[in-house]
Design a protein around this ligand. Structure first.
Ligand SMILES: [Zn+2]
Length: 448
């Protein structure tokens, strides 16, 4: 009756059969009498069954009696071991777990040639999925452009809005171009507001910064320009929405700007990241954090509200940051996902190595959960459950790589470029890739 398990509120309810001079104490769920580091508490709470194995096999002999001091000592003893095991790299964890993920396949669905005219020279493109309209089919904006040599000198650039339209008496929809609006230069980024997917930001190669809203009234579809400005800083390498009215832009000189969006775009804060290397990509983490990846493979988890120092020029602040596990090569992709129930950050570098950082340990910043070299180096997109990585394959194919078992499959004859854009809709049902001769390819993602 003296071990950990039997000291609980249920036992307390039974009539005592033990010597009357012995007092039982109710213990709360944490059992600890000494305050322990908050970050390590979370390891014990949040991790899988193998923690239990460690506890019972190595550190909790059944004959051992319990008191508060011993318990605290025992907890202190196992924490570093669990932590060390987590840091060691736990790729093996998920290989033995029951997994209920579905099999998916890609079915070529439709090709889009925005703008109508032949755009033979258009070899790059951007696409973004907006809010869902019907039957899990979202609206879509796309823009394609010719390659760049030096400054953008392309006039007559546009973005195009496509909406899914149901074909009468048929069971399918067709993405139909309903609106095209001009932009001042070729589009470099399209970023949808995750809090209102009818609103999206666009940035051109000339640092034109647009905020648009898709409006749909009386069967009239429009893209309304909410705000516009030209950003006066170094070239933009990433754009993401932090809040419903806040956008972050990352710049090649290592700075990050936080913009407040209303009828105007107003600079709220400008950060200088303490990194000698150039920032290559950014991921906003609502409500007040962001992650930047750098050319030298660093991953910096930064705060927009905790700033450590003011540097010159005086309008620039340095955010407090935690450095995550470093990649060997430049970071090319950052995303969020949910892996085995844990919110994770997905990062991917030029060499094709993928990291997953566990977001649950908020005290010390995210911890490395999985580190895995992928069999390709092209641009990628991950499914939300991090089960599949989708990438342009050889001979214009699309490759599906299953992270759990390394299984590879291909869809042949697709339109894509080696470094082309590839965007999965938030509901995981639609994929768009491109672009070749101004034409994008849409795939339906089917469960099999
Ligand atoms: Zn251009």
């Amino acid at each position: 009756m003296d071990d950990f398990v039997e000291v609980s509120s249920k036992v307390y309810e039974f009539p005592s059969t033990i010597q009357s001079d012995k007092h039982w104490k109710l213990k709360d769920a944490s059992c600890g009498t000494e305050s322990l580091p908050a970050s390590t508490d979370q390891f014990v709470q949040a991790n899988e069954s193998r923690n239990i194995g460690i506890q019972t096999e190595k550190f909790c002999p059944p004959q051992q009696s319990c008191n508060d001091q011993q318990l605290a000592k025992w907890l202190r003893k196992i924490y570093p071991i669990i932590e060390a095991e987590l840091l060691e790299g736990v790729t093996q964890i998920y290989s033995g777990l029951e997994y209920s993920a579905v099999n998916i396949s890609l079915v070529p669905y439709q090709q889009l040639s925005p703008g109508g005219d032949s755009k033979d020279t258009h070899s790059t493109g951007k696409a973004a999925w907006l809010s869902t309209r019907l039957d899990n089919v979202p609206d879509l904006v796309v823009s394609s452009s010719p390659p760049h040599q030096g400054w953008c000198e392309h006039v007559n650039q546009t973005i195009s809005l496509y909406i899914p339209k149901r074909i009468p008496h048929e069971q399918f929809v067709v993405f139909t171009e309903v609106r095209t609006v001009p932009v001042k230069a070729c589009i470099e980024f399209l970023a949808v507001n995750a809090f209102n997917k009818n609103i999206f930001a666009g940035v051109t190669v000339a640092c034109d910064f647009y905020i648009w809203q898709h409006e749909s009234t009386n069967n009239l579809e429009d893209i309304k320009e909410i705000a516009y400005m030209t950003i006066p800083y170094a070239s933009i390498v990433g754009v993401d929405w932090l809040q419903i009215n806040e956008v972050l832009t990352a710049h090649s000189d290592g700075s990050v700007c936080l913009w407040k969006i209303s009828k105007q775009i107003v600079l709220d804060k400008r950060f200088r990241i303490n990194s000698k290397a150039a920032v290559t990509t950014i991921l906003a983490l609502h409500p007040s954090n962001f992650l930047v990846g750098t050319e030298e493979g660093r991953l910096l988890y930064c705060s927009t509200v905790q700033t450590t120092t003011y540097t010159k020029p005086s309008d620039v602040t340095e955010p407090a940051y935690v450095e995550l596990e470093k990649h060997t090569f430049a970071i090319t992709y950052l995303s969020k996902g949910n892996f085995n129930g844990a919110d994770v950050i997905i990062s991917y570098d030029l060499s094709g190595e993928l990291f997953l950082h566990d977001m649950r340990n908020s005290e010390d910043g995210p911890l490395l959960l999985i580190r895995m070299p992928l069999p390709f180096k092209n641009s990628i997109v991950c499914s939300k459950d991090v089960e599949y990585v989708i990438s342009p394959g050889k001979n214009k194919s699309i490759e599906l790589f299953r992270l759990r078992n390394g299984q590879r499959s291909y869809v042949k004859g697709s339109l894509t470029e080696k470094e082309g854009p590839i965007r999965l809709s938030d509901n995981g049902c639609w994929l768009i890739t491109g672009v070749q001769n101004g034409t994008f390819q849409i795939f339906a993602v089917k469960e099999t």
